[in-house]
Design a protein around this ligand. Structure first.
Ligand SMILES: Cc1cc2nc3c(=O)[nH]c(=O)nc-3n(C[C@H](O)[C@H](O)[C@H](O)COP(=O)(O)OP(=O)(O)OC[C@H]3O[C@@H](n4cnc5c(N)ncnc54)[C@H](O)[C@@H]3O)c2cc1C
Length: 418
């Protein structure tokens, strides 16, 4: 059955005023979701709740959440607080295929799984997250990451960086390298810088942190810089692009990090490399030359391959940052759009919200929020909506924001993973 005929049939069913769940069920509404992170697990839940036959494809049995992983690195939280399983999703009835999507045939509407089986779909949602570009920084590859962790995918890398910090000499030097945009979690490197500085201040006060940045401006910059000045003078040295902050090569053997101007010797080096969408996106043909996936801002359908939708970090979502909050919001909008499309309805243009909290010290939180809507084919900022925490807030407000951050994490992980 072609898409057009199927849509016509579904539109006819819609006219008969059957409830939405029944419409989407069965052969006319097979949806496959690839990736069980904040985006994919959310989409699978929403679709299942609406009665759509959905299979979530995810190879890992444990999902390691990145939000709050900077606290783990600074010894403020156990790694176990980042671990989530899929039993909650299974218990609510979502079918979870514990394997990897190996290939996607967009024309046939078929996903080939790593175990050799296939899944046919009417609509496919990809939320596969990021790949670290090990080709982008001379000297930095998967082996180098075992010596100079990125910790930009949570789990073993988070633990490695935490252990390295705990074991470093009392007067040691930590180097943190930050990539140019775009990358996962724009404020994340600066939260990491803050919490590593907190760790040094409280545990190794003779040590230093040098932050080498490939750009001059960044998310919540005024708030971070204000906090660094007040809390971490003499500990945290920030080097922006304009002062030679761009890292051009690393040598994991010598533990050096080079810019065009200087070579820094590190006791601990955290290298956050440039990124792109996870490999399955390119394999499906939905990633463009930037390495990320262009999408329609109303439905999140790929601009390159019909019937494949992309949400979360892998997508080019205009002004929306790559965050767990955004992946969750996009997944809800995308799932609703897919339900509409399967039923022959035209999806309404959405409004999406994002809030990113960062901790600069325990009990000291800051945030940035935005509202986004489709405009001229992209997701654009709604002017006047959102903003950052005020620069001159009293301690009580910073404490409140830190508490809101905790609440947000508890709420979203419970909503997504159960
Ligand atoms: C240090 C740090 C701190 C952060 N803090 C925050 C924060 O405070 N707030 C916030 O909102 N965001 C934060 N983020 C960002 C957030 O973690 C990501 O934006 C979010 O995880 C994106 O969700 P996603 O679903 O796109 O990808 P992911 O969460 O990465 O999920 C992708 C999933 O897809 C699976 N997958 C990949 N390829 C395949 C395949 N071929 N087949 C099947 N499955 C596949 C993976 O196994 C993975 O489970 C932080 C990130 C970092 C690194």
């Amino acid at each position: 059955m072609t898409t057009i005929v199927r849509r016509a049939v579904l539109a006819g069913l819609a006219a008969a005023a059957l409830p939405r769940p029944a419409l989407a069920q069965g052969a006319h509404g097979r949806v496959v979701v690839v990736g069980g992170g904040f985006g994919g697990a959310t989409a699978a839940r929403v679709l299942h709740r609406a009665g759509v036959a959905v299979t979530l494809v995810e190879p890992a049995e444990t999902y390691w959440a990145c939000p709050f992983s900077n606290e783990v690195i600074a010894g403020l939280r156990p790694l176990s607080a980042q671990a989530f399983g899929y039993d909650g999703l299974r218990a609510s009835g979502v079918i979870v295929a514990r394997t990897k999507a190996a290939a996607i045939d967009g024309a046939a509407g078929r996903v080939r799984l790593a175990d050799g089986s296939t899944l046919d779909y009417d609509r496919l949602i990809l939320s596969p997250g990021i790949a670290l570009r090990f080709d982008a920084l001379p000297g930095y590859d998967a082996a180098a990451a075992e010596r100079m962790p990125h910790a930009w995918k949570a789990g073993a890398q988070t633990d490695l960086l935490a252990r390295q910090l705990a074991a470093m000499p009392d007067n040691g030097t930590v180097v943190l390298s930050v990539p140019a945009n775009p990358y996962r979690c724009p404020p994340g490197p600066y939260e990491r810088a803050s919490l590593i500085a907190y760790f040094l201040k409280t545990r190794k006060p003779r040590a230093k942190l040098i932050v080498l940045d490939a750009k001059d401006t960044f998310s919540k910059q005024k708030l971070f810089e204000q906090a660094w000045k007040a809390l971490y003078p003499g500990i945290l040295d920030y080097v922006p692009l304009a002062s030679g902050g761009q890292v051009t090569a690393v040598d994991p053997g010598a533990m050096t990090v080079a810019t065009d101007f200087e070579t820094y010797k590190a006791d601990v080096a955290c290298i956050i490399p440039p990124q792109r969408a996870a490999p399955i996106a390119a394999a499906a043909g939905v990633a463009d030359r930037s390495g990320w996936c262009p999408i329609d801002p109303v439905t999140f359908e790929s601009r390159l391959v019909p019937r494949i939708h992309v949400v979360g970090d892998a997508a080019i979502a205009g002004a929306m940052p790559k965050s767990a909050f955004a992946a969750n919001a996009q997944a809800k909008v995308c799932a609703e759009a897919v339900i509409d499309l399967l039923a022959g309805r035209v999806p309404e243009p959405p409004k999406l919200i994002n809030t990113c909290y960062s901790l600069v010290a325990p009990g000291y939180g800051i945030s940035v929020a935005g509202v986004y809507r489709p405009d001229k084919g992209v997701l654009a900022d709604v002017e006047g909506a959102g903003g950052t925490s005020p620069v001159d807030s009293p301690d009580t407000v910073r404490r409140q924001e830190a508490a809101y951050a905790e609440d947000w994490y508890r709420t979203i992980t419970h909503a997504v993973f159960g």
